[in-house]
Design a protein around this ligand. Structure first.
Ligand code: F3S
Length: 394
């Protein structure tokens, strides 16, 4: 691997022991994947932020590190809101450990943005090289924004934050971004009526079939929030880090990609409408949780409209980034007037709040996939409108 003078100085320990360790991680990764060199990243998103997922071992590792991030670096959701967590029933023991995790990342210069949607708050452009580790953010950055990032682990993303570099392999290289499997719907007309929940269901099915292949979808026209939902589900049921939607996603509109879409041979899978419907049920939930990935401005506004004049009859949790909550005060006020709670910094999966909750209803394909394994909770999938209707006992 070719290292420039800065890389070599880091590797030789000239910038301290932590940065030396971080450079060792990146060089090892580069060697495994045959990278020729390290490239600069514009920004970094670091997962492994909830004490629930990293535990004492992760906290100990973070506390052993020193130094500061050299590029803008954003933290994934943590296990509780940064403020007012006691009122939600988070234990003192968990809260104390989580605060230690937060302090460790802040000391390392990672911004405590605590969101899986950093793309709402920082400019990401087509072709930008990033090192992101939250899988739903990775797939959004690559597919919807046309930026380039591999699916980093928490340690390798942190290594990129502290050095500003990542090995150039995988999705950083254009020829590796071509589709490898294709999906079509048996009845494309039906997709015109789909909400994010159906796109999440499509993501669950397509992700499980794709594994870590790059899918191409034809015949659907999802909007940005639907693409977000679909990608997050594919990254959860499979390991999809990039997908294309014909005529919709940015790279799909480029002649180079279009040519390959038409000329390359690949497996074509047809998904029946029944397969999507089978993921929806009529189970009785004891709580509703939306905001996986964290809600956009448009989603908050839609939810506020749906809840207008209604009162929720069961716990209704809404997850969004703190910055989003702050900048959508009117929608948040209207949502909370119904009795629903808008909670920043965390989510239904990485917080201990949802463990063993019986049945939880969500409009998210990713949460639907993770609730059983991560929270020992039975999920029910439904549209945002259905979540509101059920929560209000209608
Ligand atoms: Fe984000 Fe939590 Fe879902 S981190 S993508 S809201 S599992």
């Amino acid at each position: 691997m070719q290292l420039d003078r800065y890389d070599q100085a880091l590797l030789d320990g000239e910038y301290g022991e932590t940065k030396q360790k971080m450079m060792e991680i990146l060089v090892s990764l580069g060697k495994i994947y045959d990278a020729e060199r390290l490239i600069e990243v514009k920004n970094v998103q670091v997962s492994g932020a909830s004490f629930k997922t990293i535990g004492d071992a992760g906290l100990e590792w973070l506390n052993s590190l020193s130094g500061k991030a050299v590029v803008p670096s954003f933290l994934n959701p943590i296990g509780m809101p940064r403020e007012g967590w006691e009122s939600l029933g988070i234990s003192q023991e968990f809260g104390k450990k989580q605060l230690e995790v937060n302090a460790a990342y802040t000391r390392l210069g990672i911004r405590p943005s605590c969101t899986c949607t950093p793309y709402y708050f920082t400019l990401v452009e087509r072709g930008d090289h990033l090192a992101w580790s939250e899988s739903s953010a990775v797939v959004y950055a690559n597919s919807v924004l046309g930026a380039r990032t591999n699916r980093e682990g928490g340690p390798s993303a942190l290594a990129s934050a502290l050095t500003g570099k990542t090995p150039e392999y995988g999705l950083h290289i254009v020829k590796n971004r071509l589709p490898e499997i294709e999906f079509r719907l048996a009845d494309p007309e039906v997709a015109k009526t789909w909400t994010q929940a159906e796109y999440g269901a499509l993501g669950i099915i397509a992700g499980a079939i794709s594994g870590n292949k790059i899918p191409l979808f034809r015949g659907i026209r999802p909007k940005a929030d639907m693409l977000k939902s679909m990608g997050a589900a594919m990254a959860a049921s499979g390991a999809v880090a990039l997908f294309h939607v014909e005529d919709i996603t940015p790279e799909a509109r480029f002649p180079f990609f279009k040519k390959h879409f038409e000329e390359d041979e690949r497996e074509v899978i047809t998904i029946e409408t029944e397969e999507i419907k089978e993921l929806f049920s009529e189970l009785e939930p004891e709580a509703v949780a939306v905001g996986c990935p964290h809600l956009s401005r448009e989603e908050l506004a839609e939810l506020a409209d749906l809840l207008e004049g209604r009162t929720v009859k069961m716990p209704f949790y809404v997850f969004a980034a703190a910055e989003m909550k702050g900048s959508c005060a009117d929608a948040v006020f209207r949502i909370q007037k119904s009795g629903a709670r808008v909670i920043p910094n965390t989510c239904m999966i990485v917080s201990p709040l949802f463990e063993k909750r019986g049945c939880v209803m969500t409009n998210s394909g990713k949460a639907f996939t993770y609730l059983p394994g991560m929270c020992d909770t039975v999920p029910r999938l439904g549209s945002l409108e259905d979540c509101v209707r059920v929560a209000c006992g209608e």
